[in-house]
Write a protein that binds this ligand. Structure first.
Ligand code: ATP
Ligand code: MG
Length: 296
């Protein structure tokens, strides 16, 4: 951790499971430092499900990468179980925004690599095989386990990335828009599976999403970020809907709809992007009109 030491304020700070403390992130650019994050501060309990929501480019992936230990905060830092996070570790599995499978390995082998890293000493070869196949089944990808990443679709690759992360049984699951590339049915199935897995294993989850319904359905808290530069946490919404949650019964639930509208208000009123895309409609060049006239 650079510059600033995390301040521990007695017992209360000590008992925080995952402490994101006063994080600044400045990226070097050819024209000088770009302050992406400013004083991002969030304390997360064990077993909590946190959604991170905010407009494109505000700094969500940057926060996740710092918690993953892939980026080093410029100021402040991360404490997990009171230990500083300075590098990646198997107790923090990441599902990346751009599925990042090793292209020379099959889907099975991609998951196997992660499983070996974590369970080499505690599982027999047979148990590992069973565990890998179970996780591939969970994401409905057991039929393609011997294919390589370039032989499957983007959504399928994303599902293998999710299986790989879940198979590590991480204490902390970090997911960057994990269901963004999936069709609606698979997405709903994956959301339900994730809720079940999390309630069984009590993983702590930080999930980035652009989907307001997904955030309300899955989360204990929705953390809403302001627009960058110098992005920070704008508001935090407590989601106290009873679990297990069902999307069908929640659709008509008053509290569900109130929460939904709070997030929408934050995104599209309070943090409305300054540039209004529709008011700057892009006109096609003259050649398009000319060609259209010619073909009519
Ligand atoms: N390595 C880097 N060097 C310079 N600037 C960066 C770097 N990585 C990210 N940024 C900038 O930091 C800001 C936050 O980026 P980040 O990827 O965290 O946004 P995001 O909220 O995840 O966006 P999206 O929803 O589009 O994925 C952006 O303005 C981005 O251009
Ligand atoms: Mg991102």
């Amino acid at each position: 951790m650079n510059n600033t030491k995390i301040t521990e304020t007695g017992n209360s700070a000590q008992s925080v499971f995952l402490n994101i403390s006063q994080v600044d992130m400045v990226f070097p650019t050819p024209t000088g430092g770009f302050t992406a994050l400013k004083e991002v501060d969030l304390q997360i309990d064990k077993g909590e499900f946190i959604s991170l929501i905010g407009h494109s480019g505000c700094g969500k992936s940057t926060v996740l990468n710092i918690v993953a230990g892939l980026y080093q905060a410029t100021k402040g830092g991360i404490l997990l179980n009171n230990k500083e996070v300075n590098e990646p570790g198997p107790e923090r599995a990441v599902v990346f925004q751009n599925h990042s499978l090793l292209p020379w390995l099959t889907c099975y082998q991609n998951v196997e690599l992660a499983v070996k890293q974590v369970f080499n000493k505690t599982m027999s070869k047979g148990e590992m095989k069973e565990w890998i196949e179970y996780n591939l089944k969970l994401v409905h990808m057991d039929h393609a386990m011997d294919k390589r990443p370039d032989e499957i679709s983007g959504g399928m690759k994303q599902r293998i990335g999710i299986a790989r992360a879940l198979a590590m049984q991480p204490e902390v699951l970090l997911m960057d828009e994990p269901f963004g590339a999936l069709d609606a049915l698979t997405r709903a199935h994956m959301q339900d599976s994730l809720m079940e897995i999390q309630s069984e294993l009590n993983n702590t989850v930080i999930m980035i999403t652009h989907d307001v319904d997904e955030a309300v359905l899955l989360s204990d808290r929705i953390v809403m970020m302001t627009n960058g530069p110098e992005a920070t946490i704008g508001e935090i919404l407590d989601v106290k809907l009873a679990r297990p949650r069902s999307r069908l019964s929640l659709a008509k639930d008053l509290e569900y709809n109130r929460l939904r509208s709070e997030v929408l208000t934050f995104l599209y009123e309070k943090q409305r992007k300054v540039e209004n895309i529709s008011s700057k409609a892009v006109k096609p060049p003259a050649v398009v009109k000319k060609r259209a006239n010619e073909t009519n």
